[in-house]
Ligand binder design. Sequence first.
Ligand code: HEM
Length: 121
Amino acid sequence: MPLPFKVIGSEKLYRMIDIFYSYVAEDERMNHLFPDDLSETAYKQKLFQTQFLGGPNLYIEEYGHPMLKMRHMPFRITPVARDAWLENMEKAMDDVELDAEMKDYLLKRYTMTANAMVNSD
Ligand code: HEM
């Protein structure tokens, strides 16, 4: 896959992330974990996804190494929250009409990362 960040484009990727957090805000399986104002969370996710998908290292420049597993340790992340994360991201992908191949690729990458974030039954 040629750099997914280039293929998707930042406009669509960032729109997808904003939509994702609008679903997160409404989802009782996971919204208790997040601050009421999700704008900073969404901003960090945009920087992270940019580099995760092969774009410039924007997250590292501002916040240092992602160490995602460690940054998620303060939160109780169950398999239910993981499924909610992935479902909300899938809905956001559909909303921005990501093509099927890209959606499949992203879902696989997100699933691997999301599995690694689970730290509680
Ligand atoms: C498995 C389900 C997941 C849950 C329940 C979850 C939950 C959270 C929470 C509660 C925060 C802190 C929000 C804040 O205080 O601003 C956070 C931050 C973050 N999450 Fe997740 N997350 C999950 C999976 C993922 C995945 C799969 C990724 C990446 C593909 C990811 C990337 C990030 C990033 C980049 C941050 C910002 C870290 C920082 O700079 O503080 N998360 N997540």
